[in-house]
Design a protein around this ligand. Structure first.
Ligand code: ADP
Ligand code: MG
Length: 182
């Protein structure tokens, strides 16, 4: 697998709660890659939480920081990069994502809801009706997430390790199809 990927980065995209951070960490250790989370880099650089950035500086400023981080990480190889749920909504970000293989973790609303109901660290989800908010965000983003190279359907039963194995199994298929176009 390592030989096949040749150091190409993996970008994980998908809704908050779909498992980008959890699965990304496992994927990186299986591949001998480094794991990074764009949210973590932003928090470290800004010296405040994502919630604080949203309230003090606004979502627009957060999106700028996010694009900046993405533009910088694509200079490196052998990375698994977990991105923020909304990163796909800015067109310029796709030019960075396409430096690597883009993996969409597609989890149903019910699964996201169960995982996020107690989580107070997610700025866009401090809504009174969490399920409705998730539905509206997913309907806005679904078509954009679908531009990923790999679509991984997540259900409530799969463990992070099983999802990781599944991704490792399907990657060779898309690498072959990309090579055959050249
Ligand atoms: P993201 O980074 O996409 O927002 P996380 O990896 O932070 O998602 O996962 C959100 C929550 O769901 C965390 O509490 C995590 O432990 C849990 N989680 C992630 N993947 C799974 C899984 N396959 N099964 C059960 N719980 C999971
Ligand atoms: Mg995360």
């Amino acid at each position: 697998m390592n030989n096949l990927l040749k150091g190409v980065n993996l970008y994980l995209i998908g809704m908050m709660g779909c498992g980008k951070t959890t699965v990304g960490n496992l994927l990186a250790s299986e591949l001998g890659y480094r794991f990074i989370d764009t949210d973590d880099i932003i928090v470290k650089a800004a010296g405040k939480s994502i919630n604080q950035i949203f309230t003090e500086d606004g979502e627009k400023e957060f999106r700028k920081l996010e694009s900046n981080v993405l533009s910088q990480v694509c200079a490196y190889t052998k990375l698994v990069i977990a991105t923020g749920g909304g990163i796909v909504m800015q067109k310029e970000n796709w030019s960075y994502l396409h430096h690597g293989v883009i993996v969409w973790l597609n989890a149903p609303i019910e699964v996201l809801y169960e995982r996020l109901i107690e989580d107070k660290t997610r700025p866009l989800l401090q809504d009174t009706d969490l399920k409705e908010k998730l539905r509206s965000l997913l309907s806005e983003r679904h078509g954009v997430y679908a531009q990923a190279d790999l679509h991984i359907t997540i259900n409530a039963q799969q463990t992070p390790a099983e999802i990781t194995q599944h991704i490792l199994e399907v990657i060779p298929g898309i690498l072959r199809s990309e090579n055959s176009q050249n």
